[in-house]
Design a protein. Structure first.
Length: 184
């Protein structure tokens, strides 16, 4: 079956994500263009329990990220650093900036992941943020031109989203980039 030839469940896109090579410059560029902010920065942090194309990743994939809210959609900027093959450099070549993925919640992660596989999509990278919080990056480039990030609808992730939304509503316009540290 070719990807996209079978209908999947309706999804709510909750995030648009971009790979960037200079996080601060990208925050300023998006604020100037879209007038969004603040950007809540995390990291650099190594991703936990990563599998790339089905195999465990033996070297760290480290990300520095920044999150902002644009209406109902979360914006994620990702600055990757890795000496091993990874989803970020697969989609956006090293040295370039570009659109990477849309994200959606999953109330039944295992079933929805399986539905993507049965519909002919490939999972490029997976990780486990917490024992009960998984993430899959599904290759939808042949159909949509980008990746889909499917993740468990988990209180830990909801807290991140709620915090970004709260900070956006309360932002005084002064500091564009704020550090965000949410313990696991």
């Amino acid at each position: 079956m070719s990807p996209g030839s079978a209908a999947l469940r309706p999804v709510q896109v909750v995030q648009n994500a971009y790979v960037v090579r200079d996080l601060e410059r990208a925050c300023h560029r998006l604020q100037a263009l879209y007038r969004i902010g603040p950007f809540l920065r995390t990291g650099p942090k190594a991703l936990p329990d990563v599998r790339y194309r089905g195999a465990p990743v033996r070297a760290p994939i480290t990300l520095t990220t920044a999150f902002a809210q644009a209406g109902t959609v979360n914006i994620e900027l990702i600055q990757p650093s890795a000496a091993v093959p990874n989803i970020y450099d697969d989609v956006v070549p090293p040295g370039r900036d570009g659109f990477h993925h849309v994200a959606t919640w999953s109330s039944d992660y295992a079933a929805e992941k399986q539905a993507f596989l049965e519909a002919g999509f490939e999972i490029i990278q997976e990780l486990r943020l917490l024992p009960d919080c998984e993430v899959s990056f599904i290759d939808a480039r042949p159909v949509l031109g980008h990746v889909i990030e499917l993740y468990t609808d988990h209180p830990y992730l909801r807290f991140y989203y709620d915090e970004v939304d709260r900070q956006t509503r309360e932002w005084d316009g002064k500091n564009l980039i704020l550090d965000l540290d949410i313990p696991r």
